[in-house]
Design a protein around this ligand. Structure first.
Ligand code: PDD
Length: 278
């Protein structure tokens, strides 16, 4: 695989980042994942807009212009002949001797690589997934897409250890989001519900698009908090993310939803999302 690091395209074995990089030492870094379908980037503008926001919230320098970022994405997709999968981008504050206080003139580290994988016809799109509930123990600025992914990894490992697929994180009795996705339910009267935006959760790019398409299709959408109990008694549930689009959830913390197969609203939203965004 050819990867990009600080201005150079290199075979992955030759790409290097300093051991003093603050991304490595302090998780002082932000990231984005942009999906690729039919060799084309999905929702690039949305991901780049969120990258700017993450950088500015952390007072981190912009690594380069948007035009250059688009060019690097396209070049990597081309060089690696990616038809389907994603492009991972990470910006760190840069490298300097280990210190909690950083120098203002650090040069940001920019790394991008591609991951080829089947995402449109992933098996979970037809089977749905099973989630467990876990207390959300992440830091309080989940609206910033940082690389502090230890707690989400632990939560997902716990789900796997229990024979399930993922965890929905719960704070003060309400679902914040999934480990790497936004959580949704469909009430018995057909209303689509997802948590309102705040610093408690990531402002998903897929979430925003799905909400727009649902409203355009005259579906009723509510942005509000919901509990695991409400989700367990809902007609349907699903999650959204760049790499999984709309994926049905068929079991929540031991309770099977409906007949345990993906519901019609989730299936329809997935179809609409794929048709509109590609
Ligand atoms: N995850 N919430 C969290 C905590 C996430 O990490 C993600 C994305 C989302 C969905 O956001 P979007 O629709 O913009 O992808 C919500 C990415 C895909 C990842 O970590 O791989």
């Amino acid at each position: 695989r050819i990867v990009y690091v600080n201005g150079e395209y290199l075979p992955e074995e030759e790409a290097k980042v300093s051991i003093f990089d603050r991304g490595f030492l302090m998780a002082d870094a932000v990231y984005e994942v942009c999906s690729v379908l039919d060799g084309k980037l999905l929702e690039f503008e949305g991901h780049i807009a969120r990258l700017h926001r993450s950088l500015s919230e952390l007072k981190m320098a912009e690594p380069c212009s948007d035009e250059e970022l688009l060019e690097i994405h396209r070049e990597l997709v081309k060089r690696n002949e990616v038809k389907e999968g994603g492009v991972y981008l990470q910006v760190t504050r840069g490298a300097s001797d280990r210190d909690f206080v950083w120098a203002k003139d650090l040069k940001p580290t920019l790394v991008l690589f591609t991951q080829a994988k089947s995402i449109e016809h992933s098996p979970t799109a037809t089977t749905g997934i099973k989630v467990i509930a876990i207390e959300d123990q992440r830091w309080a600025r989940r609206d910033i897409k940082t690389v502090q992914l230890l707690f989400p990894s632990l939560a997902k490992m716990e789900a796997k250890a229990q024979g399930k697929d993922d965890a929905w994180l719960v704070e003060d009795g309400f679902v914040t989001e999934g480990t790497s996705n936004n959580a949704w339910i469909v009430t018995k009267d057909g209303t689509i519900v997802t948590r309102d935006l705040s610093t408690d959760l990531l402002h998903g790019i897929t979430r925003a698009s799905v909400m727009k398409y649902a409203k355009e299709a005259q579906m009723k959408v509510e942005e509000r908090k919901f509990t695991i109990e409400e989700a367990q008694n809902a007609a349907e549930a699903f999650f959204t993310s760049a790499s999984a689009f709309v994926t049905p959830v068929v079991e929540i913390d031991g309770a099977t939803l409906g007949d345990g197969t993906p519901g019609p609203v989730a299936r329809r939203l997935r179809e609409i999302y794929l048709a509109e965004s590609r």
